[in-house]
Write a protein that binds this ligand. Structure first.
Ligand code: 5GP
Ligand code: ZN
Length: 112
């Protein structure tokens, strides 16, 4: 399978790691949209949120918990934005589930 984020997980493509644990990895986005822009993802390939099932409940919970832990560690005490783009209309460009953690500036609503 030709998946960019699986290659980063495998260490075949370098990334600026922010956090790693048994099931998850977090690294800096290559095109940051805010002073802090981190991607948090499962090591195991899962195409998108739309492909997650009952068997992924613990993983999905841990992904959100890890976002909050990383935000705290990075000092985002004023708040942050968490985004999951899903599918073409959702603006997903890399088909390996990932959560965007954006912070360090005020966010706007609604998003584009
Ligand atoms: P999506 O659009 O799928 O929600 O988010 C994909 C994100 O991956 C984008 O924000 C994009 O900047 C980031 N990205 C794409 N290629 C690379 C890469 O090779 N390395 C890193 N660190 N981020 C990438
Ligand atoms: Zn993958």
């Amino acid at each position: 399978m030709d998946c960019l984020f699986c290659k980063i997980v495998a260490g075949e493509i370098p990334a600026k790691l922010v956090h790693q644990e048994e099931t998850l990895l977090a690294f800096a986005d290559i095109h940051p949209q805010a002073p802090t822009h981190v991607l948090v993802l499962p090591r195991r390939h899962l195409g998108s949120l739309a492909e997650a099932g009952k068997q992924d409940r613990e993983l999905l919970g841990r992904l959100l918990e890890a976002v909050a832990e990383i935000a705290s560690r990075l000092g985002l005490s004023g708040g942050y934005r968490t985004v999951i783009n899903t599918g073409a209309d959702g603006g997903q460009t890399v088909e390996h589930l990932h959560l965007h953690l954006l912070g360090g500036r005020p966010m706007h609503w609604p998003p584009g």
